[in-house]
Design a protein around this ligand. Structure first.
Ligand code: BJW
Ligand code: ZN
Length: 251
């Protein structure tokens, strides 16, 4: 059953000067991108902890590339969903609005979100591990087997953040600043298991933000939230936007 949006939450959102939407794989699930850890995820066989790290890539680059080529193809063929679009609608209304995403699928930007901090990189970019030359997806998807650098012959890898790697410092710093300045922080479609990203909701709450979680399943963070809206983001976010717009007209 869908939770109703309380008038109190709608009013908070309508009156907020600064809102952060922190998103994970669940936001893209309704577009057709499998989540990492869900029971229905197609990565039940390949866990991200086993493939998304440098050790796995150096040991078996063909296998890791097979995983990424498959995901690049899925992502190129899908579209943002009603959840992504509702966040674009919120950004048009709220004075300061930022999306902080752990997703690499570029769907927030494709939907039209303008302030987007990508903590774990972007699957549309790739680079040579030796000389740093940047590549789009054309070369890597047309390559037979493991893509090699046309400039130096080095190994090309996806421009994403693997376990044990630092997050991009500028994106992380901007995300922390946005979290610390938020009146309201929405944590949407993330299992809240992967750090340091998972610390952002609590950083925001400790700095005074009202913390709301949207997820069909509870997470380790649920007990700490101020409100938990149980359900899919593609349904709940449009409801939230509609109730916020209603509250604004009543002010
Ligand atoms: C829906 C829905 C619908 C479904 N609507 N919702 C011990 C303790 C603490 C930390 C560590 C530790 N040991 C190691 C660490 C550090 C490690 C870490 O956090 N590990 C944990 C697993 C324990 N972190 C790192 O290594 C990070 N770097 C770092 O710490 O640097 C410092 C350092 C440097 C050097 C040495 C040591 C430290 C880097 C983390 C990089 C994560 N990378 C990945 C892969 C990216 C590339 C790729 O995609 O291939 O990022 S892993 C993967 O997990 C991906 C995701 O962004 C990330 C988070 O997953 P997310 O988005 O939460 O997805 P799911 O599937 O887990 O959850 C989906 C949710 O959606 C579920 O809750 C569903 O219910 C819900 N849902 N349908 C709404 N319709
Ligand atoms: Zn190179």
């Amino acid at each position: 059953m869908r939770p109703a949006i309380s008038p109190g939450l709608a009013a908070r959102l309508a009156g907020a000067g600064s809102v952060v939407a922190f998103t994970g794989a669940g936001v893209s699930a309704e577009s057709g991108v499998p989540t990492f850890r869900g029971t229905e995820g197609i990565w039940v066989k390949f866990k991200p902890e086993e493939l998304a790290h440098m050790g796995a890539f150096m040991k078996n680059p063909a296998l890791v590339w097979e995983w990424y080529a498959h995901r690049k193809t899925i992502i190129a063929g899908i579209r943002p969903n009603a959840g992504h679009e509702a966040l674009v609608g919120m950004e048009r209304i709220i004075p300061r609005f930022a999306v902080i995403t752990q997703n690499i699928d570029n769907l927030h930007r494709r939907a039209g979100s303008r302030t987007v901090y990508e903590l774990h990189g972007n699957i549309e970019r790739n680079y040579c591990m030796d000389c740093g030359k940047a590549y789009g997806n054309d070369l890597v998807l047309s390559a037979e087997g493991i893509p090699g650098c046309t400039q130096c012959g080095g190994l090309v890898r996806p421009d994403v953040v693997w376990f044990g790697e630092m997050l991009p410092a500028d994106e992380w710093d901007a995300a922390v600043r946005a979290a610390e300045g938020a009146d309201l922080f929405l944590s949407i479609g993330t299992s809240a298991l992967v750090y340091p990203a998972a610390s952002l909701p609590l950083i925001a709450q400790q700095a005074g933000a009202y913390l709301v979680e949207i997820n069909p399943e509870p997470t380790p963070m649920t007990a700490r939230t101020d409100e938990y809206l149980k359900g899919p983001s593609g349904t709940i976010l449009p409801m939230l936007l509609a109730e916020m717009e209603r509250a604004r007209t009543e002010r």
